[in-house]
Each structure stands twice: as C-alpha cells, then as structure tokens.
Design a protein around this ligand. Structure first.
Ligand SMILES: [Zn+2]
Length: 176
C-alpha cells in the first residue's frame, strides 16, 4: 500500500462510511451531548475493560437513523480507541497482540509498565512468525473469548471504504 493511499484513507473512511458521513454523525453527537440528551461517555473502556480511565465515544456504525449505543457505538479509552482500534489496519500484529493482552485481563494503561510492554512485544513477534505465545494472566477476564464485539473486526485496509463492511442495519434496528 502506498503512503499516499494510506494517508488518504487513514482516519477518514471507516467501516464503509465516508468522512462526510462520519463527520455528520459526530456533529449530531456533539449537539446531543451539549443539549444533555446524551450523557458524556462513561467507562469502563469497552475494549480493555479499564474501569478507572477517561473514555470517549467510538462509532462502528454511521447510518441513519443514528444509534447511540452498542453495537453501533462504544465508550473506549483514548489509547484503545486511537492507537489500537483505528491503527489495526496498518499494524495488524500489534492489534492481535493487544487483543491477547486484553484477554489476559490487561488494560491499555498496563503497557506503560516496561515488563508488561516487553511481554506483549514478544507476543507480537510470535504472531508475526506464526507462533503461539501465551501471556501470563493479569486479571480475571469477564468476556467470552471470541464473542467480544472486537473479536472478528476486519483488519484489511480495504474494509475502510468497502460498503460490505458496514454493520447490518436491519439487525441493528430490530434488536430488542
Ligand atoms: Zn481501553
């Protein structure tokens, strides 16, 4: 992938939604928060489960009518949101090793500790070599591995602009 294409797509298109579509939802989100209709994002982080970290809204879906709750929207800590989830197309092994870290009960902020960071780096290299590396547990994991909302997200850059990567609106709107 060329650097030019990468910068054109990065941080713009997502899940088959254009920058304009994404921006439109974001503008409505800001209005609803300002009006008090929607609460500010609150934790725990829906990716790493950290209960004591500031979080921000992340949308997986930008279709109308807008939806403001999972699976269309999640509250994520900044590190999970900006440096893991949205980077997964360009740093796939980083993403996969980070999910392994989350599943051993790791928070994003744990990676500030040198020994933990090093262990996840080792895991990342193992993934790149097609090998298995088991991280030592940090905390009990509350979710079912493989059924998390982030378990099977596409990590190919083509998914950013691919209309087929949009969430199924029918199932979103008909959910109880
Ligand atoms: Zn997080």
């Amino acid at each position: 992938m060329t650097q030019q294409y990468k910068s054109a797509v990065k941080g713009n298109w997502y899940n088959g939604y254009s920058p304009i579509e994404r921006d439109n939802k974001f503008k409505v989100l800001k209005k609803l928060i300002a009006a008090g209709t929607l609460p500010l994002a609150s934790g725990p982080c829906a990716l790493c489960s950290d209960p004591d970290i500031p979080v921000e809204y992340h949308s997986e879906d930008y279709g109308e009518p807008y939806l403001w709750e999972p699976p269309a929207m999640y509250c994520l800590c900044r590190s999970c949101h900006r440096y893991k989830l949205h980077q997964r197309f360009w740093q796939q092994s980083l993403w996969l090793s980070f999910i392994a870290h989350v599943r051993r009960g790791g928070y994003s902020r744990d990676l500030k500790q040198a020994d933990i960071k090093q262990e996840v780096e080792t895991c990342r290299h193992a993934i790149e070599q097609g090998q298995i590396f088991t991280l030592s547990p940090l905390r009990p994991y509350q979710n079912i591995v493989g059924l998390e909302w982030f378990a099977n997200l596409r990590i190919d850059a083509a998914s950013l602009t691919d209309p087929a990567s949009r969430l199924n609106r029918d199932s979103l709107l008909n959910k109880e």
